[in-house]
Write a new protein. Sequence first.
Length: 244
Amino acid sequence: MNSLTRAALLTGIASAAAIAAATVAPWYYQPRTLTRAMQKRWGYGALFQVDTDEPLFALTFDDGPHPPYTDAVLDALAAHDAKATFFCMGEQIERHPATFARIIAEGHEVGNHFWDDRAGVTLTGDETVTSLERTAALIEDANPARLVRPASGFIRAEQRRLLGERNYQIVIGSAYTSDATYPPASYMKWALKQMLEPGRIVILHDGRKHRQRTVEVLPDVLDAAARLGLRAVTVSQLIAAARP
């Protein structure tokens, strides 16, 4: 291989690596400029973050309830006098009703995360409604704000219409380290601390798989928020504090 060929090959590898990094990076770190652009481009009524002058941010947890992880999350929240919104799957509520009841009893908010972990965008319109309403029947009156987060976060225009017709508020979020892919705990702590700002909606997972890393990271993030003068609240509380 001559020097020109080698140089061309290395340039190609470097370009491919740069493209891959640019594609993957937004799943692990979202600067405010990116989330504002996402809200504008893909929002369509979905909530990524809230413009507020109050020192508040929202903590959200997906895929539970799932002991022992949800219980450990609840313990950490109680120790820091923090509130959160748990986007629960119907399948998990059915399996762990006592943990679900504890979430509500301790003053946290519950949202609808559909029945199981099938990516929301893959569901037909009928499947979307069935999954939503089957889960809502278990949640009953515990979701007065009618918050919903599709599994994987993506849905089609038809699905947005179906949710809108049923007066649901789609909540996505704006601070995510892809904890479901098990990045290093040290990275998660660093990235979440960088993204702790008023109005942010943090996305974490407490259910369906091994979530000990989320449990380990949470107290450190809550301690960092306290040092910044920020308080963790539910999504509904954050919406109520929106700038007029």
